[in-house]
Design a protein around this ligand. Structure first.
Ligand code: XMP
Length: 512
């Protein structure tokens, strides 16, 4: 096992970012509930502990408190924001209730670089967001850095290797924040930086072989990043003991099915079963135009078809899924922490238990950027590893209103043009999503001397970091023009192209 740094989660919206920054330093990190017993951390071989920030005040009745024994393990501790206040409060110092929140950039003046601030400039711009602050040091501590608002903005107990910092080194606004984290990991905890992509692939393929033995594994391949990387990784471990099932629901993009077959079957030599259920999906969707009902039909039909095709593939012991770390972290639900809203997510809910399959989730410890690195290292092409998100219900939520074969055909052709132009100009890689939407609105146009009374295509191109919020992309007009004129000239059944210039919120990214 890689050496682990434990991040105790006190409900900060930045907890996952702390864990990711640690991994960017090639050190494995894991998020733990704030109340995790010290014994558990010790048993798991943790080599350093980070106390996250959080929206609470240590004075509140419901303030989340760690097991006091975490300070008796002999393991280094770094308290960030709420974490430093906990240290002040629990280790015999004094914390004052803040009258107003200090929020934004400040300047940290380093007094004693020591190990935490080794090789850093004397002054750093740092990001603050806190109410309370430490006003008297606990025994054994000294101040190592100050800000305009606090003589105890960074503190250290050298003997016990405890550090507290008021600012947030994990956010980009904090200059050299990553170096502060790295100093803690390497300089203080002496972590060996053994968390690398290559190491992960080696250890996890060994683990997959050990767990699976001679059994068979099934995996539902969607073409998305997570299931694709899971397939490549499991295939590397157990080869033809893995069977992938790809369901064509009739709502795929142009050429999508062929691309999946060509990559996995021909290139990777994976045992891939393609199930063409497009007729069934379209039949069930006939006459339905209400978005939620469409989604429900598509979801239920998928589970039914997938389950049936798994049975046809034959007996297996495992069902593999591309579950990622953010899906399994149980974020601490403390008021003010948006991370607490993150849904618990299951790709095919209920199915494994019903079919008596064991789950195999080889990516469940990885963040998305790590999954991409693993995919690249396994030889998956950029088009797969950096593919834009595509919704489970596919084009079903991009044909507004009733879904028909003809409408899907029009949308597919228009969408292919959007993808081609985005790719050839390089914009595909710069935006979050870029796609076409079919609007069943008849409008008048002319082709030659003929009146063309046909439907409308909307362009939806957005920038986003996490899909929670999004901005419409100010794509250069020349590209918009090329896309528009190609669609109106090349796609029969479209009379005009419009651009969606709404941000999320209040609009959503998809139209349905
Ligand atoms: P919205 O439209 O809610 O979309 O702003 C946010 C992100 O989620 C994707 N999306 C889905 N993904 N199943 C999925 O797997 C769905 O039903 C679904 N609906 C939306 C959407 O493409 C965007 O990236």
């Amino acid at each position: 096992m890689a050496q682990t740094i434990a991040v105790l989660d006190f409900g900060s919206q930045y907890t996952q970012i702390i864990a990711r920054r640690i991994r960017e330093c090639s050190v494995f990190s894991k998020i733990y509930h704030y109340s995790t017993p010290a014994e558990t951390l010790k048993a798991e071989g943790v080599v350093g502990i980070v106390l996250s920030g959080g929206p609470s005040s240590v004075f509140s009745k419901k303030a989340p408190m760690p097991d006091p024994k975490v300070f008796e393990l002999g393991i280094p501790v770094l308290g960030i924001c709420y974490g430093i206040q906990l240290m002040g409060h629990l280790l015999g110092g004094e914390v004052a209730k803040g009258e107003r929140r200090e929020y934004g950039n400040g300047t940290l003046t380093i007094q004693k670089p020591g190990r935490l601030f080794a090789k850093l400039p004397k002054k750093l711009k740092v990001w603050n967001s806190h109410g309370d602050k430490v006003i008297a040091l606990p025994p054994g501590f000294e101040a190592i850095g100050t800000t305009e608002n606090s003589p105890f903005a960074a503190i250290e107990d050298r003997k016990r290797r405890f550090f507290g910092i008021q600012f947030h080194p994990e956010v980009f606004h904090s200059e050299r924040g990553i170096d502060v984290i790295k100093n803690f990991l390497v300089g203080v905890c002496e972590a060996s930086q053994d968390w690398t992509t290559e190491d992960f692939i080696e250890k996890s393929t060994e683990e997959i072989r050990r767990v699976v033995g001679k059994s068979r594994v099934l995996l539902g391949l969607s073409g998305g990043v997570d299931s694709s990387v899971a397939a490549a990784l499991i295939h590397k471990a157990i080869g033809r003991q893995l069977t992938c099932v790809f369901v064509d629901n009739g709502l795929l993009r142009k050429g999508e099915r062929e691309a999946v077959v060509s990559l996995y079957e021909r290139n990777f030599k994976i045992d891939l079963r393609v199930v063409d259920a497009s007729q069934l999906f379209l039949r069930r969707l006939k006459g339905v135009s209400e978005p939620e009902q469409k989604r429900k039909i598509i979801g239920n039909t998928f589970v039914e078809v997938f389950e049936k095709s798994l049975r046809q593939v034959g007996a297996a012991e495992f069902l593999a899924q591309g579950t990622l770390y953010p899906d399994v972290i149980e974020s601490v639900a403390i008021g003010g922490n948006p991370a607490a809203l993150i849904k618990s997510h299951h790709n095919v809910g209920g199915l494994p238990a019903k079919m008596k399959l064991k789950l195999l989730e080889p990516l469940r410890e990885l963040f998305k950027d790590e999954v991409r690195a693993v995919g690249s290292a396994l030889g998956l092409p950029r088009e797969v590893v950096w593919r834009q998100p595509f919704p489970g219900p596919g084009l079903g939520v991009r044909v507004v209103g009733e879904i028909t074969k003809d409408r899907l055909e029009v949308l597919r052709s228009a969408d292919a043009i959007v993808q081609e132009e985005m790719m050839s100009t390089g914009w595909y890689w710069k935006v979050w999503q870029s796609f076409a939407v079919f609007l069943p609105v008849k409008s008048v146009g002319v082709i030659g001397d003929e009146r063309n009374y046909a439907d409308v295509i909307a362009l939806r191109i957005v920038e986003s970091k996490d899909a929670m919020t999004a901005d419409w992309t100010k794509l250069p007009y020349e590209i918009v023009q090329t896309i528009s004129s190609r669609i109106t000239n090349e796609v029969r059944g479209v009379s005009r192209v419009v651009m969606d210039v709404s941000s999320k919120p209040p609009a959503t990214i998809e139209w349905e």
